[in-house]
Design a protein around this ligand. Sequence first.
Ligand code: FBP
Ligand code: MN
Length: 643
Amino acid sequence: MNTKYLDLLAEKYDSEEKVVTEIINLESILDLPKGTEHFVSDLHGEYQAFQHVLRNGSGKVREKINDIFKDTLPEEDINDFAALVYYPEDKLKLIKHQFNSKQELDEWYAEKIHHMIHLISYASSKYTRSKLRKALPEQFVYIIEELLYKTDEYTNKKPYYEKIVQKIISLGQAEKLIIGLSYTTQRLVVDHLHVVGDIYDRGPEPDKIMETLINYHSIDIQWGNHDVLWIGAFAGSKVCLANIIRICARYDNLDIIEDAYGINLRPLLNLAEKYYGDNPAFRPKKHSDQNITDQEKLQITKIHQAIAMIQFKLESPIIKRRSFFNMEERLVLEKTDYDKQEITVYGKTYPLENTCFSTVDPSDPAKLLPEEEEVIDKLLLSVQQSEKLKRHMNFLMKKGSLYLKYNGNLLIHGCIPVDENGDMEQMEIEGQAYKGRELLDKFESYLRYAFAHKELTDDLATDMVWYLWTGEYSSLFGKRAMTTFERYFISDKVSHKEEKNPYYYLRENEEMCRKMLEEFELDPSQGHIINGHTPVKEIDGENPIKANGKMIVIDGGFSKAYQSTTGIAGYTLLYNSFGMQLVAHQHFNSKEDVVLNGADVLSVRRVVDKELERKKVRETNVGAKLQEEIEMLNQLMEYRYIN
Ligand SMILES: O=P(O)(O)OC[C@H]1O[C@](O)(COP(=O)(O)O)[C@@H](O)[C@@H]1O
Ligand SMILES: [Mn+2]
C-alpha cells in the first residue's frame, strides 16, 4: 500500500467523518443513471448550426420542455419558451419591447423564471445536488437553491417563493437570472460531449467553434484529417500550412487566416499578383450568404493558385525522402509534360487545362522559387506566432487523440486501414511493421512529437503528420490517394476518384466490426464503433446505422457544401441511461429564424440500441474512476481511523 499517498489524502480528509461522508457520496453517485453523452462530428467551421445543436442538445431540451408543458401550454408558447432557453440573450432583447407596461413585462419575467425552475428541477433529477450546484450560475446559486428545494417541500411556501421572485425582478436581476438558468438547462441536458473530428475547413468559423469547445464543461475530441492538417501547420509542416491556406482560399474563407488568427497574407498576395491571373479552376466556391466583389474574387483566385502550386512543390521532396509512404504516383509535377500540357497518372494520360505553371521550371519542377520559399517561411513564422492559434492547437492536443475508447465504444474519425479480406493493413515505419491499434498509436506518438518540436520542419514526425492527412494507410484519410491536382487540372472525372479503403464497405459487416472492437480490447457484444468523415448519403438510401447497430456513422453534413449530397444537415448521437439514439437534423436556417419564429429545426430520432436495464454511472468510465477513489478512501479508513 502506498502510505505516502494515503498520508497526502489524509490531509484532505482529516477526520473519520469526512472519509465516511465522501465514501457515501461517491457510492450514491455510482447508483445514479449514467449521464447523457452527445456525439457530433464534421462540424467544418459551421459555428451557427453547431451552436444550435449544442444549445438544444440535439432535441433533448425540447423533449424535456414538452414532457412538462405539453398539456398546459399551447404549441406557440412552447416554441417561444424553447427559443428563450436556446438563445436567452437574443430572445430577451426581442421580447422586451412587445409589452405595453412594465407590469406586463414583470409578469412575463415571473412566469418564465417559474417555468425555468420547473424545467431545471426536472432536468437535474438524475444528478446529485452537488453536481447541480456546479452547473448553476455562480451569482445566483443561493437563490436558485432556495427556489428549487425549499419551495417544493411545503405548499404553503408559495408566498415565500413568490416573494423571492418579485424581489429578483424589482432589483433588476430577472434577465440575468433567466440567462443563467437557460445555460444551466443546456448544461444539464448533456453531461459530456464527444467531437468525432473535423472541426476545421470549408465553413467560415472554426475559431468560434474552438472557443465554444474550450468553454464547454466536459469534452473530448477525436482528431479529424482536417484538424490534423491545422495541427501539422502549427507544428512546423509547411505542406500542411500550404494546404490549410489553399482550402481557405477555395472556400472564400481567408478571413479565418487573416482576421481570426492574425496571420499576415500580404507576402503571399504580392507573389500571387505577380505570377497569376484569373483562372476558372481556382475561383472560390460560391456561398449563398456571402457577396464578394469581382475584384476580391480575382484576388482570391490568384492567391489560391499561388498557394496550390507551393503545396504541390512541397509535396515532392517529402515523397522522395519517405519512400515507405509509397506515394511516388503523387509526384505530379514530375509526371507532367509541360510541352504537351498533359500528365500520365495511374497508367493513363490526360490533357491538362486551366494550368498555372508560371513558377515551374520543367527541368526541376518541384523547386520553389526563392520568392515562394520566402513566402512560406514567413507564413510559418506568422502561424507559429499567433497566440490565438496556439491556444486553439494546445486545446486540440490536450483534449484530442486519434481514437478513444469510452464507455465500451470506439470513437474514431476515419477508419482502421484493412485489406479486402478484412485483415489489418501493415505499414512499415523505420524498419518495423505496425498494424491496427499499434499503427494508430504509432501515428499518434509521431504527431505528439511533431507538436512538441515545432522548430523541426522536415523530420520524420512532421512528415508523418502530413501522411495522416493524405497517406493511404492513414486512419484519418483512408483512401488510396488524394487527387487534388487532378481535380484542378483534369476535366475527366474518372481521374478525380479517390478509391476508399476496403474498411468503408467491410464495416457494413457485423463480424468485421466485432473483430475491430476486439482489436481495441473492447467487448464486441456491448461496444459500437462511431465514425465521422464520410458523408452518409441519406438521399440515396444509405443508412448511418450499419452492421446490425455495431457501426454508426454520424457525418451527415453540417458542412453546407455537402448537404446536397447527403440530403440532411447532419447527424448527432445521444447515449443516455436508456440507450443510444441517432438524430438526423434538417437544414438549419439561422439563429434569427429560431428566435423570431420559434422555428426549431425538426430532428428525427432513431433508436440504435436500447438498454435492457437503465445504465448506471457504476458501469461507465467515470464510474470506474469513482470506484478507484472509493477503494483509496477505504484504505485510508483502515490505515488511519479503524482500530
Ligand atoms: O470538396 P473539396 O473541397 O474538393 O475537397 C475534396 C477533398 O476533401 C477530402 O474529401 C477530405 O476531406 P473530408 O475529410 O471532409 O472528406 C479529400 O479526400 C478530397 O480530395
Ligand atoms: Mn474527414
